[in-house]
Write a protein that binds this ligand. Sequence first.
Ligand code: ADP
Ligand code: MG
Length: 333
Amino acid sequence: MKISKLGEFGLIEQVIAPEFKELVNQHITGIGDDCAIMPISKNTSHLHTTDMLIENTHFLRDKIAPYQLGFKCLAVNLSDIAAMGGKPLASYLSIALPKDMDVEWMEEFMRGYKDLSEDEDVPLLGGDTTSSQGPIVINVGVTGEINNQHIKKRSDGRPGDILCLSGEIGDSAGGLQVILDALPEDPITARLLDQHLTPYPHVSEGLWLARHQGVHAMIDVSDGIGSDLQHILKASNVKGFIELEQLPISAELRQQAGACGWNAMELAISGGEDYVLLLSMDANQYEKLSGGFRREFGRSLHPIGHLSQGDPVITYMKDKQEVKDLKEGYRHF
Ligand code: ADP
Ligand code: MG
């Protein structure tokens, strides 16, 4: 059987994870969430996550500046720590480079990596450097720390919860479309490109949300909410409803989509790489939490739907009617 038949998540669930069920100590949470969780004391756990970026699969070398790539490969990993509500502690960088690449490229790459490391106070502690016969391959690992009372798992969603996003979605997919359509730079395309090439991980937002018991499940939006919400639904065994009119889509994306004939809604749902947080919270806490979030970050949480009892599938709603046939997220195979 070809791996394309199983798909990314089938491969992980059926071939990779089962091999290690018995080896994983019962106190440790392994494969299946944004990070692995290793308790180190009664009060504290360590978090571990790793993510890979491959040339021509995740980026095109002549369409992303090395500075941006260095920034982004750390950002996507910090985002997984944010998704648990944790504080990142350190990073590890492994990189395979074709032999003919310029040192200046790597200097710029490290400048981007360092700027985000400094902003989030996360030192680089190790890694591996090697040559590649083919594409550039980058793997970053990040460790983090979390108070055991604050851990937010994908499996913590409950019927009745309100679903919220910590930021707008779709701009990153719009930025990718700007690249693919080779659109000229103007203030709008520049904003979409920025969101695609240097997404800022919601670490502070994750830490703030994690301190509140009213927040239940959390995940970062890497593949598009159509795919990422599915992970919460499956892990929590609940049904999800998304109100399409409530999706936070920026004025810039709406405008560019109108001009170019893109479907902004579809980009927002299936585009991915937004690296905002998708969370579920106790409906009774919504007013208090959204007010607190606004005071802390100067912008709103976006309510986009709710969870209910039932099979773990998403129902999309518009004008109180169910909408079918939406594209739902990036597939690797
Ligand atoms: P994310 O998008 O948050 O990085 P993924 O969807 O990539 O998460 O992965 C889902 C889960 O599967 C995570 O817990 C991840 O650590 C695990 N996983 C993915 N690939 C592998 C692999 N090759 N070996 C072990 N675990 C893996
Ligand atoms: Mg994630």
